[in-house]
Write a protein that binds this ligand. Structure first.
Ligand SMILES: Cc1cc2nc3c(=O)[nH]c(=O)nc-3n(C[C@H](O)[C@H](O)[C@H](O)COP(=O)(O)OP(=O)(O)OC[C@H]3O[C@@H](n4cnc5c(N)ncnc54)[C@H](O)[C@@H]3O)c2cc1C
Length: 410
C-alpha cells in the first residue's frame, strides 16, 4: 500500500487558497495542509482599500471561501501559524514554537507585505497604518472613530494610496495625499491618466501634492506633523503609508532557491527545487506575451498560477501563459487594465466622454496594453487584440464613432 502524500502550502490568501481547492479538483488524494500566520479566515484583499473600508463591511461577506468548504474538501487550514524554516533535505517545515511538519510537495504562496520606509520619527508616531491586512483596516477604523479631527495624510499616490484616500474621504475624513514623484501613478501609467485621477480626487475634495518627499514625522501635542524635504508640513491624526511592498521571499532565500525580484519559477510554477512551487505575488515568472521575467501583484496572477501549479503537481502538464489584467475602483470610476504598457513608444487615447475613455499603448504597430476608464468594451476588445496580436488602425481607434470591432486591420 502506498504512503499518503502531503502537500503543504505556506500562505492562505488568493494564491494559496485557490491552489488548495484546485489541487483537490485535479485529483490529489493526499493531505493538503494550508498554513497562514494571519488568524482570520482567508479573505479578499482588494476590497480592503475599497468597499470593505468604506462600508465598514463584515469579514463574513468578504471570505475567499465559506468556512465549511475547507472541511468539505478535506483541506486542513491552520491559521495563526508562522513557518520559520524549511529543510529541503528531510522535506520538513518548522513552525514558530518548534512544531515540525513533513511535506512531499511544498507550495510557497507567501505573497508580500507592506513596505515601511525608514522615515525619521515614523515608527514612533501615533496612528500610523499600512494597508495589507484586515488588522490594518480594523486599526484605521478604530482610529477614525476615536479621532475627532480626522485629518489623514496618505504617503504615496499609487493605487492603494489613492483607493484608500477615496474611501476615507467618503467616510468623512479630511484627506491629503503626498507623492514623491512629479505626478501620482507615475510608475504605472501615462500623464493623461495621472491627470484624470488627480482631477477626480480634487473634485471630491482630496488634496494631492506631488514632488513631496516625506523626510520626517514629528509630534506636536497629540498630533503628527508630516514634514517634507522642501520644508512643507502637514498635520495628521492618522498617517497611511502606501509606498509599495516587500516580497516575502526570505524563507526561499534561506534555503537557496533562486531569487530574482521574487522567487524565480519556471512556467510550470516550479522553483529551482523540483518539489517546491511558488505562486502569486511572491514569484517572478516568464511572461510569454512580453518575452520577459516579471513579478505581478494581482489577483488574476495569483489565481491563474494556483491552477497551473495544481495541475503540474498532479502530473498533468500546464504552463502559465496568461495575459495580465488588473483593476482599481475610486469613487464612481472603474479602471481596468489589460497587458503591460512598459516599453511603449506611442499611446492612442479614445475618448467616449469625460468619464469614459481608454488609453491604448503601442510599441510600433504592436498593441501592448489598454487602460479603460468606465469602459468595459475597450477592455474586452483590448484583451482580444493583444492576444491575437492584431494590427490596429490607429486613426479609427482614436475616433469614438468607429466601432471597436472594426479597428483591426489584420
Ligand atoms: C489593499 C489592497 C488592494 C488591492 N487591490 C487590488 C485590485 O484591485 N486588483 C488586483 O488584482 N489586486 C489587488 N491587490 C493585490 C492582491 O490583493 C494581491 O495580488 C494578492 O493578494 C496576492 O495574493 P497572494 O496569495 O500571492 O499573496 P498575499 O495576499 O500577500 O498572501 C500571502 C499570505 O502568506 C502569509 N504568509 C507569508 N509568510 C508566511 C509564513 N512564513 N508563515 C505563514 N504564513 C505566511 C501571509 O500572512 C499572507 O496571508 C490589492 C492588494 C491590497 C493589499
Amino acid at each position: 500500500m502506498s504512503e499518503t502524500k502531503t502537500c503543504v502550502v505556506i500562505g492562505a490568501s488568493h494564491a494559496g487558497v485557490n491552489f488548495a481547492f484546485a489541487l483537490r479538483q485535479e485529483g490529489w488524494e493526499g493531505n493538503i495542509i494550508l498554513f497562514d500566520k494571519d488568524e482570520t479566515l482567508p479573505y479578499h484583499r482588494p476590497p480592503l482599500s475599497k468597499k470593505y473600508l468604506e462600508l465598514e463591511d463584515s469579514i463574513q461577506n468578504n471570505l475567499l471561501k465559506p468556512e465549511d468548504s475547507y472541511l468539505k474538501e478535506n483541506i486542513s487550514l491552520k491559521l495563526g501559524k508562522s513557518i520559520i524554516n524549511i529543510n529541503r533535505e528531510d522535506r520538513t517545515l518548522t513552525l514558530e514554537g518548534g512544531e515540525v511538519q513533513k511535506y512531499d510537495k511544498l507550495v510557497l504562496a507567501t505573497g508580500a507585505r507592506a513596505f515601511v520606509p525608514p522615515i525619521k520619527g515614523l515608527k514612533d508616531a501615533k496612528n500610523v497604518f499600512t494597508l495589507r491586512n484586515i488588522a490594518d483596516v480594523n486599526g484605521i477604523r478604530e482610529a477614525l472613530n476615536t479621532s475627532t479631527a480626522k485629518k489623514v495624510v496618505v504617503i504615496g499616490g499609487g493605487y492603494i494610496g489613492l483607493e484608500t484616500a477615496a474611501s476615507l474621504k467618503k467616510l468623512g475624513a479630511d484627506v491629503t495625499v503626498l507623492e514623491r514623484e512629479e505626478r501620482i501613478l507615475a510608475r504605472v501609467t501615462t500623464p493623461y491618466l495621472s491627470n484624470f485621477f488627480y482631477d477626480l480626487h480634487d473634485t471630491n475634495g482630496v488634496k494631492i501634492y506631488a514632488e513631496k518627499e516625506v523626510t520626517e514625522v514629528s509630534k506636536v501635542g497629540d498630533k503628527n506633523m508630516v514634514i517634507c524635504s522642501d520644508g512643507s508640513s502637514y498635520e495628521a491624526d492618522l498617517i497611511i503609508v502606501g509606498v509599495g511592498i516587500k516580497v516575502n521571499s526570505e524563507l526561499a532565500e534561506k534555503i537557496g532557491l533562486t531569487i530574482e525580484n521574487g522567487i524565480r519559477v519556471e512556467t510550470t510554477a516550479q522553483t529551482s527545487d523540483k518539489d517546491i512551487y511558488a505562486i502569486g505575488d511572491c514569484n517572478c515568472h516568464y511572461n510569454t506575451f512580453y518575452d520577459t521575467f516579471i513579478r505581478l501583484e494581482s489577483v488574476q496572477n495569483a489565481v491563474d498560477q494556483a491552477k497551473v501549479a495544481a495541475k503540474n503537481i498532479c502530473g498533468k502538464t500546464a504552463v502559465y501563459d496568461a495575459l495580465p489584467w488588473f483593476w482599481s475602483d475610486q469613487y464612481d470610476v472603474k479602471l481596468q487594465i489589460v497587458g503591460l504598457s512598459k516599453g511603449h513608444d506611442e499611446t492612442v487615447v479614445r475618448v467616449e466622454d469625460d468619464k469614459k475613455f481608454s488609453i491604448w499603448y503601442f510599441k510600433g504597430d504592436r498593441l501592448l496594453a489598454v487602460d479603460s476608464i468606465n469602459n468595459a468594451k475597450s477592455y474586452v476588445f483590448g484583451t482580444k487584440y493583444i492576444k491575437s496580436k492584431a494590427l490596429i488602425d490607429k486613426l479609427k481607434l482614436a475616433d469614438p464613432n468607429s466601432e471597436l470591432k472594426s479597428i483591426s486591420i489584420a
